[in-house]
Design a binder for this molecule. Structure first.
Ligand SMILES: *[C@@H]1O[C@H](CO)[C@@H](O)[C@H](O)[C@H]1NC(C)=O
Ligand SMILES: *[C@@H]1O[C@H](CO)[C@@H](O)[C@H](O)[C@H]1NC(C)=O
Ligand SMILES: *[C@@H]1O[C@H](CO)[C@@H](O)[C@H](O)[C@H]1NC(C)=O
Ligand SMILES: *[C@@H]1O[C@H](CO)[C@@H](O)[C@H](O)[C@H]1NC(C)=O
Ligand SMILES: *[C@@H]1O[C@H](CO)[C@@H](O)[C@H](O)[C@H]1NC(C)=O
Ligand SMILES: *[C@@H]1O[C@H](CO)[C@@H](O)[C@H](O)[C@H]1NC(C)=O
Ligand SMILES: *[C@@H]1O[C@H](CO)[C@@H](O)[C@H](O)[C@H]1NC(C)=O
Length: 641
């Protein structure tokens, strides 16, 4: 490596008072924190690789030890004014492990401050960047040795260890955080970068370069998938690209966009490792593939298509309402039933005591009818919440709701619709078939699991052939208060995971009550669960009762996603089915109409919709009588509620 290429090395060595010299490698050491933290050090020598408003970075003599960084942040602007990139300098100062007071979960950045005795030895020296993927290869797998537990960084309990208190010896070939820490302050090149998603709220973009990554989806995003031992891969090889050092602005990224090579400095800021590029990258290509509409429809009374869509805070006057209606018609193929989440009341976010969503839902169903050119009319049902008791934006009263096509399915008649506080129960009705006491009705709505949370609603349905099946539409607690995956708390805090685990448990208890009556019941549970399937602790109560429909349908693991956050493309919206449905086989497609948007501003919702096809009759598929294929199998009696 050409470290001091243009510098006359003899001059450099001769200028050092040997007894006081501390190398950058010695300052950085082999652990997260410097062995010299808090100490004054003298004659620290290196070539200036980059400058910003607050100081600069220098690169010291190479180290044979890959755990040791040979880059260092020098903090102090006024005293460094005359120092230029390419200068070989030596200086004295204090070694500091810095993190901002307002960010107690950040990792420390090793710096030199209280600068003195700055000497410029020569100009125009060149430091060659480390080429990532060639000179150093980011590890796949886990982020940190401190993420103990069967689910790696998603294990519970969270925040058992503080990484900085542990101050472990770095293992950069095994753990991604150790890898980036071992490069702290160094000049690196990311060859052939690909963006994993949209810029974050600071305008930084997650990218990965020309090195092995697991879970790469067809678009170029990084889907959370499980490794062979069941622990999720954390995509630690992806890193944030911060604001360019020369004051230019990076273009906005989107999933799978390719970028010009990035050269810059590895640092830690705003809770994550970053590379600060010298200058803005360019977008070199955008993915060509268009979003495909769902490839199937239902063609038999026993076959039911079910859409699932979190429509993001939708009120009757929402701009995106018509776009969502277009999606339901042109991309979801107007499924027989649509589970929607985040339907606001009729006055939107106005906090005025209104809880009815009839206007929101009728505006949406009318927009769908128009988008389908009058071909498809949906009915709708929801259970009105108690004002401001279900969380979300104050006054919005978001809730889950069902839309369905009365030409395809109907709610089992004979039971009233539930209210906010009544729990629906499974029962046998006069015809001797399974039904719900309230249809649709909430599941155990007074259970503490649902304090300030959206209550799931269950429904009993029948097909035009008279067969019955059950659905549960859920919207579990969000991940609010989660901590950074690159933060001090290990495993990182997965906000409200315990709430979601309890909500899954209450849902599972209801499903079990149906299956206790009829082990062969057809049950579909779907919605925005705000959790990855890889967080097994949250979904444990579904085990043995319900199966992830992706497993049944055989969707490739890297294509299972409905959301993109940070470096991870992820599935937080799920559809689970009972054994009877699984045994008959299913289809499911995730429609990436929003995760593939060119920007967040172009998204109709932050979630992608999905559509499943399930067979809900006990009758075997091969027993399909010919006449059921006739289009006029529907009678008025069967569609009357
Ligand atoms: C961190 O580890 C290094 C190397 O083992 C040690 O010299 C240093 O004192 C440790 N720092 C703290 C704060 O424990
Ligand atoms: C992790 O736990 C420590 C106490 O051990 C606490 O001070 C800190 O705030 C917690 N971090 C997060 C992100 O919750
Ligand atoms: C980006 O493109 C502009 C215009 O072609 C060019 O001047 C600039 O050098 C490019 N930047 C990079 C990092 O390639
Ligand atoms: C909303 O519609 C339902 C069902 O049609 C009806 O029972 C209810 O009274 C309506 N609510 C309002 C506020 O109009
Ligand atoms: C729901 O109905 C029950 C039974 O009629 C009633 O006691 C309860 O007050 C109702 N809850 C609400 C929120 O209206
Ligand atoms: C469930 O269905 C299977 C296959 O059709 C059948 O063999 C079994 O007897 C059914 N079990 C119950 C409890 O109805
Ligand atoms: C719900 O949780 C309780 C307590 O952990 C457990 O005993 C029960 O089996 C769970 N229910 C289901 C359906 O998994």
């Amino acid at each position: 490596m050409l470290l001091f290429s243009a510098a006359p090395l003899g001059v450099f060595i001769a200028s050092l008072p040997a007894s006081w010299a501390v190398s950058i490698a010695e300052i950085q050491g082999v652990s997260f924190q410097s062995p010299y933290a808090g100490q004054l050090v003298h004659d620290v020598t290196g070539i200036v690789t980059a400058k910003d408003r607050y100081g600069l970075w220098i690169s010291g003599e190479p180290s044979p030890d890959p755990r040791v960084s040979t880059g260092l942040r020098i903090y102090g602007s006024s005293s460094l004014r005359s120092v230029m990139v390419g200068d070989l300098i030596s200086l004295s100062g204090r070694v500091t492990e810095y993190r901002p007071k307002y960010a107690p979960n950040d990792l420390f950045l090793t710096e030199l401050d209280l600068l003195r005795d700055i000497v410029i030895h020569s100009h125009d020296n060149v430091v060659e960047p480390l080429v990532l993927g060639r000179d150093r290869i980011p590890p796949t797998g886990q982020l940190s040795a401190a993420d103990k537990g069967p689910d790696g960084w998603l294990s519970v309990p969270n925040n058992v260890t503080l990484l900085e208190s542990l101050n472990a010896t770095l293992q950069p070939d095994v753990y991604a955080l150790d890898f980036w820490e071992s490069l702290e302050g160094r000049l690196v090149t990311i060859p052939n970068p690909v963006a994993a998603g949209f810029p974050n709220r600071f305008g930084s973009a997650w990218v990965y370069g020309d090195w092995p990554m697991v879970g790469k989806n067809s678009r170029g995003g990084l889907t959370l998938t499980s490794s062979a031992n069941g622990a999720p891969d954390a995509h630690g090889g992806a890193v944030l690209i911060g604001h360019p050092l020369d004051g230019t602005r990076n273009p906005r990224t989107a999933m799978g966009v390719t970028l010009s090579d990035i050269t810059g400095i590895v640092t830690y800021q705003y809770g994550n490792y970053h590379v600060l590029p010298f200058t803005a990258f360019n977008i070199t290509s955008v993915p060509k593939e268009e979003v495909s509409p769902v490839t199937f429809t239902s063609s038999h009374p026993c076959e039911v298509t079910i859409g699932d869509y979190n429509v993001e805070n939708m009120g009757p006057r929402s701009h995106h309402l018509h776009t969502v209606a277009e999606h339901i018609v042109h991309y979801l193929n107007t499924p027989d039933i649509v589970f929607v989440q985040e339907i606001q009341d009729d006055s939107g976010t106005k906090d005025d005591g209104v809880v009815s969503a009839n206007k929101t839902l009728s505006t949406l169903t009318r927009a769908i009818a128009i988008a389908s050119k009058g071909k498809v009319y949906y009915d709708f049902a929801n259970v009105e919440p108690v004002n401001n008791m279900d969380g979300g934006q104050p006054g919005g009263n978001i809730r889950v709701a069902y839309l369905w096509r009365p030409d395809k399915v109907s709610l089992v008649p004979g039971s009233p619709i539930g209210n906010a506080t009544q729990a629906t129960q499974v029962q046998v009705d006069r015809s001797g078939k399974l039904a719900l006491s309230l249809n649709p009705g909430r599941i155990d709505p007074t259970h503490p699991a649902w304090i300030e949370a959206r209550k799931p609603i269950a429904a009993a349905w029948q097909t035009s052939s008279g067969d019955r099946f059950f659905t549960v539409n859920v919207h579990y607690n969000s991940k609010r208060d989660s901590s950074s995956t690159h933060g001090d708390a290990r495993p990182p805090v997965n906000g409200r995971n315990a709430h979601r685990a309890t909500q899954v448990n209450v849902t599972a208890t209801f499903v079990k009550s149906v299956l206790d009556y009829d082990a062969n019941a057809s049950v579909v549970v779907g919605g925005d669960m705000n959790e990855y399937i890889q967080t097994r602790s949250v979904f444990v109560s579904f085990e043995g009762l319900l199966t992830d429909i992706n497993e049944v349908a055989g969707v490739p693991p890297q294509e299972r996603y409905t959301y993109v956050f940070d470096q991870n493309t992820q599935e937080i919206d799920h559809i689970f089915v009972s054994d009877a449905i699984a045994a008959r086989g299913t289809s499911v497609e995730h429609v990436h109409i929003n995760t593939w948007a060119e920007s967040t501003g172009a998204q109709a919702s932050d979630h992608d919709p999905s559509v499943a096809k399930v067979w809900v009759c006990a009758q075997e598929m091969h027993e399909q009588p010919e006449d059921l294929y006739d289009n006029d199998y529907l009678t008025n009696e069967q569609t009357v509620l």
